[in-house]
Design a protein around this ligand. Structure first.
Ligand code: DC
Length: 229
């Protein structure tokens, strides 16, 4: 069967990653979480004193960016990809609140996006890839054969992230998460470089009232329609 490129974009915490991950597993495609790459750059910036009292030290980050190598390795126990920053598994650390609240301004920097997009396009060269993010259908893979744009209400998304963090043994604060979700929506949609928007040829999915299984069935149907299965 022909291999295609699948782009899944949308708002933060709307279940894109779960959908994309499950679909990739089911159809034997590579899954790439592009948000994890921006999170890994943010963790690097936090560790290297790039956030200063005067804002982001862009010059320093730009000079260090060639030293940031992001890769994904499969966890042998779960079969799920783990994000690595210069060889160190940072999958758990990049999901904490500190990274979440610093990632938007890093993801808004043109030179950071340029580097990430280059790496993402290289990962998708052979097709057979499901990538999720904000600009996959618009900038990274504008020719993707299947594009989905996912949304859900801010409250539903905050609740989902709250449960996810709780499940990981963290002690989250719902109001703080909701504030972070709303703030990130605004920043993602209003940044100058590659703002979050639905590609003209993307299919819109509001999953506020859908189960994970329901979404999965829906997504698989969209894939089958494109490949003619
Ligand atoms: O999907 P996420 O919440 O893990 O994404 C983290 C941040 O990275 C979020 O603020 C948006 C940004 N991002 C982006 O700008 N472009 C992408 N392709 C993916 C994520």
């Amino acid at each position: 069967m022909k291999k295609i490129t699948i782009a899944i974009d949308g708002f933060s915490s709307c279940g894109k990653s779960t959908m994309a991950k499950n679909l990739a597993k089911e159809i034997g495609y590579i899954y790439v979480d592009s948000g994890a790459m921006y999170r890994a750059v943010t963790l690097f910036a936090l560790r290297n004193s790039i956030f200063t009292a005067d804002g982001i030290d862009e010059k320093k980050l730009q000079s260090l960016i060639p030293n940031i190598i992001i890769s994904f390795v499969l966890d042998p126990a779960t079969g799920l990809p783990q994000t690595c920053l210069n060889g160190e598994n940072v999958e758990s650390e990049i999901r904490n609140m500190e990274v979440s609240s610093h990632v938007s301004p890093i993801a808004a920097l043109g030179f950071v996006r340029e580097e990430m997009v280059k790496q993402q396009q290289a990962m998708g060269k052979q097709k057979g890839i499901v990538m999720d993010g904000r600009d996959i259908g618009t900038t990274v893979f504008p020719d993707a054969e299947l594009k989905i744009f996912v949304t859900a209400s801010a409250e539903v998304r905050a609740e989902r992230r709250y449960k996810e963090l709780q499940g990981k043994g963290q002690n989250p604060n719902y109001d703080e998460i909701l504030k972070n979700v709303v703030e990130r929506d605004y920043l993602d949609m209003n940044r100058e470089v590659s703002p979050l928007r639905q590609a003209e040829d993307a299919i819109l999915l509001d999953n506020s009232h859908m189960t994970i299984e329901g979404q999965q069935t829906w997504l698989l149907e969209q894939y089958k329609k494109v490949v003619g299965a």
